[in-house]
Design a binder for this molecule. Structure first.
Ligand code: ZN
Length: 487
């Protein structure tokens, strides 16, 4: 979720005894849920549908990692009850999956090949949250706030949970993205989680009412939907000892960033209002543009006579449909922000959407698209009908040998996903080498010795950020692989 969480030793969450004489509820069951977090909203409840009814809550595509004791046929607890964290994180994952599937018409399928994703509500002490493909899980943690001494749980935030579920959903549709080394691609993964969390958040009546109160329908005003992960962000700022995130949030979608080549940017500039090349940081540009599109939808609805609440809710309904169309059209392997923005225009023009002009206008203003681009000039979608499963299966691994001096990493090969239908361009390999060079220089690739055993915590650096890549030895040959843990 964040770029600057701090990591410490983690322990296995204890399982709680479950009463044998009380049957676990099934079907439509109420869960505690906070679509925001307690800094900005009191927790409410959410009805999970098609709950299977075991001692460990599960639905078709998600399960909690541990048993949870129901009370009066529901999983509704005070937020001081330790069970609250599990109820909130599990139900927020279930809600995100349902919202995505209903909004886009795309059935979620996981990249790790299992039917269910595992929700680890409290994986120990860490100021972060992450999706891990290898284990097929989304993981949430707790940390003590350095100023207030309160224990903060990342899984208590519906937005943080939706962000992590977003990584998992995107990975299922486009697994090659987590084998890609380009900043734009990693940053889009971050942006997708934030865009999903944003449009989902205002589906909740209480959030919608508050956003209406905060904005009056003018979405350029700060509001709890645009601001993501408020409690976590405040705790990060307390830990860092200054305003590191730019405000009382982990990130906000309200910004004026314009395109800059990430190669020319510092990783995380001192000033949070400046764009950096670290993927969470750089994601703010794409998310900010999407938020402008969202704002445009609200304005359009307002101009058509809708009240602010209805205008925002309808923009959310359209926003998730647009994200679905974009994902169907999205590049399968390597891409830049500009490629993705062109796809956004294409998918609105050609795949049943109606906001191609709005998308083109916004992404031109952000200088992601060239100023002279016209909607009609964007080429037609290449392959809009290919099934997503077929696309996922088409991912083939390939190795790019490093050439020249890469320090410890000299002589290694870099694993990438290659489109088997695309011709092999030398320029692509140079791009990979270029990206790897920068990541090595930034300390983002983990070096290991032959036969070195790695535990999960080794895949995180001193600042608690997962490495982007890790050098492993295959039959005595050093290969740099992507780390498929993303925060
Ligand atoms: Zn993330």
């Amino acid at each position: 979720m964040t770029c600057n969480a701090l990591h410490s030793h983690r322990h296995i969450a204890s399982t709680r005894p479950v009463s044998q004489n009380q049957s676990a509820p099934a079907g439509s069951v109420d869960f505690s849920q906070n679509p925001q977090d307690k800094v900005v909203l009191q927790p409410g409840t959410y009805t999970v549908q098609n709950l299977k009814g075991g001692e460990t809550p599960e639905v078709e595509k998600a399960k909690l990692s541990e048993p949870l004791q129901a009370e009066n046929g529901a999983y509704v607890f005070a937020d001081t009850d330790p069970r609250f964290h599990a109820a909130n994180s599990f139900s927020a994952v279930a809600r995100t999956i349902q919202f995505f599937e209903e909004g886009t018409g795309i059935p979620v399928a996981w990249a790790f090949g299992e039917p269910q994703i595992t929700v680890v509500a409290d994986g120990g002490e860490m100021l972060n949250a992450y999706y891990q493909r290898a284990e097929g899980s989304v993981n949430f943690f707790h940390s003590t706030d350095a100023v207030t001494s309160q224990v903060v749980y990342s899984g208590d935030s519906g937005e943080v949970v939706s962000h992590e579920a977003g990584h998992a959903i995107l990975d299922g549709m486009r697994p090659a993205y987590l084998m890609n080394w380009r900043t734009d691609c990693g940053a889009f993964h971050e942006s997708f989680g934030d865009m999903l969390a944003l449009v989902m958040s205002v589906q909740d009546d209480k959030v919608l009412a508050q956003v209406v109160e905060q904005t009056g329908g003018d979405m350029t005003r700060p509001n709890m939907a645009a601001n993501l992960g408020e409690e976590l962000g405040i705790t990060i700022n307390h830990k860092v000892g200054k305003n590191h995130t730019g405000g009382d949030y982990t990130r906000t979608a309200i910004n004026k960033f314009k395109w800059q080549d990430p190669k020319t940017l510092p990783k995380n500039p001192e000033n949070p209002d400046e764009l950096g090349s670290e993927v969470h940081n750089f994601s703010r540009l794409f998310t900010g543009a999407f938020y402008d599109v969202f704002t445009g939808l609200v304005n359009e609805n307002r101009a058509n006579g809708m009240e602010p609440g209805q205008a925002i809710r309808e923009a959310s309904n359209e926003g998730i449909r647009m994200l679905g169309r974009l994902l169907k059209a999205a590049p399968r392997f390597d891409f830049t922000y500009r490629d993705m923005a062109k796809c956004f225009v294409q998918s609105e023009r050609d795949a049943g959407g109606s906001h191609a002009d709005l998308v083109a206008k916004v992404y031109k203003e952000r200088e992601i698209l060239p100023a002279n681009l016209t909607v009609a000039d964007v080429p037609p979608l290449q392959n809009p009908t290919t099934s997503l499963t077929q696309e996922a299966l088409a991912v083939q691994k390939d190795l790019v040998p490093l050439r020249g001096n890469f320090g410890n990493f000299s002589g290694a090969s870099v694993e990438i996903a290659r489109d088997p239908q695309a011709p092999r361009f030398v320029a692509d390999d140079d791009q990979v080498r270029d990206d790897i060079k920068r990541l090595i220089d930034d300390g983002r690739i983990l070096y290991t010795e032959p036969h070195q055993r790695l535990s999960e915590k080794d895949l995180f650096d001193r600042n608690g950020e997962p490495y982007i890549g890790v050098l492993r030895w295959r039959d005595g040959q050093p290969v740099i692989e992507r780390n498929t843990i993303v925060t």
